[in-house]
Design a protein around this ligand. Structure first.
Ligand code: WQD
Length: 350
């Protein structure tokens, strides 16, 4: 029997890539999204890539407890991957109540409905932001979580804790309603599907580096500002661990399989999902220019408040336990990001 995976926030950037990989791995997928930060472009792209017109899509808000309960009643869900959340760091500083209400509320509703329907496997989309400015690099899953510097980051920490506590309590309570949990801590997801049919579609001015680069290259933005060249790093710009979104999506497939096949070593597990390779902002910009043969207009400006100097992952736990490893090079990923930006520009012309 095919297993069914619910992907909350499945029409968004990472959710759509994960949906493709799940379907290609043989799962049935239910996509649910309130479309608050995306349109149907990626969902339509998912259908094209997979050749599946029949993927169930439910437009709903995970903050609506009755709607979540109803969803779990309609489908027999074997695992949930929870993406439905707000994700803009700066906006979370300006609107903390909105962030806590949405990001915690939606997750609590998922856990409540999952328990009420006899238990479930829950994969939570966490972030390397939980490590803050780490003293020792690369960070392992055992590295301390430092106090979050934004409400967004805090919601990731709190949701991890909610999952950990729920897993513990439901297992202690006995067989029915037990929740197994995995938190995947993503580093910096970038790039797009090689088909260029799905990718990141930021609304308004992008906050993240790669969409800003591609929009500058295509002429939507005049100039990329590189935030700070006086960091204590080899070239003075920040170091990050940029992970290809398709590689990232594949990590979800193996993590879900681990839960469904009873391969977990604990009822709640955490994995870093990165490449283990630090890349500076300047290096990324240079690679983008080189691999795509385009000249990018950029200048150095002051540091962006809240940025950490450097963060990258120790990936051996995911490599060994999940049997997963990032495969695509930064160059391949930057080529895919550029192909996607050009695809959007072409579609907008039509
Ligand atoms: C990367 C580097 C910037 C834009 C954030 C969240 C994290 C995660 C991913 C999100 C930094 C520099 C950026 C620009 C620049 N979650 N930069 N000019 O801040 O590492 O991580 O996104 O959903 O939780 O914190 O990613 O892409 O914003 O920045 O120079 O216009 O690029 O200073 O060094 P970040 P980013």
């Amino acid at each position: 029997m095919k297993k069914t995976v619910l992907v909350s926030g499945g029409a968004g950037y990472i959710g759509s890539h994960v949906t493709v990989e799940l379907i290609e791995a043989g799962y049935d997928v239910v996509v649910a999204d309130n479309m608050s930060n995306c349109d149907m472009t990626c969902f339509e792209g998912v259908k094209k890539i997979t050749g599946r017109e029949d993927i169930p899509f439910v437009k709903m808000d995970f903050c609506d407890a009755a709607a979540v309960e109803d969803l779990f009643g309609r489908f027999k869900i074997d695992a949930v991957i929870h993406f439905a959340a707000f994700k803009a760091v700066g906006e979370s500083v300006a609107k903390p109540v909105m962030y806590y209400k949405n990001n915690l509320g939606s997750f609590l509703n998922v856990l409540e409905a999952a328990q009420a329907h006899g238990g479930c496997n829950v994969l939570f989309s966490s972030s390397a932001t939980v490590y803050g400015e780490a003293e020792k690099l690369p960070v392992t899953e055992q590295s301390p979580r430092l106090p979050a510097t934004s409400p967004y980051g805090n919601t990731k920490q709190i949701c991890e804790d909610i999952l950990r506590d729920t897993v513990k309590a439901t297992h202690a309570a006995g067989a029915t309603g037990a929740i197994n949990g995995i938190a995947l801590r993503y580093f910096n997801p970038i790039g797009a599907h090689p088909s260029a049919l799905i990718g990141e579609l930021p609304r308004g001015v992008p906050n993240n580096l790669v969409p800003f680069i591609t929009q500058t290259a295509i002429g939507k933005r005049e100039c990329l500002s590189i935030f700070g060249n006086d960091y204590p790093t080899p070239d003075g710009t920040c170091l990050r661990d940029y992970i290809d979104v398709v590689d990232l999506a594949k990590a979800h497939v193996v993590a879900v399989a681990r839960m469904l096949n009873g391969k977990m070593k604990a009822d709640y597990e955490i994995f870093n999902v990165g490449t283990g390779r630090p890349v500076s902002v300047a290096e990324l910009v240079n690679s983008f220019e080189k691999v795509n043969g385009v000249k990018l207009n950029y200048r150095f400006v002051d540091r962006r408040p809240g940025d950490v100097t450097a963060i990258w992952a120790e990936t051996s736990l995911a490599n060994e336990e999940l049997g997963w490893k990032a495969e695509r090079s930064v160059e391949q990923t930057l080529a895919s990001a550029w192909a996607w930006e050009k695809h959007i520009a072409e579609s907008n012309k039509k």
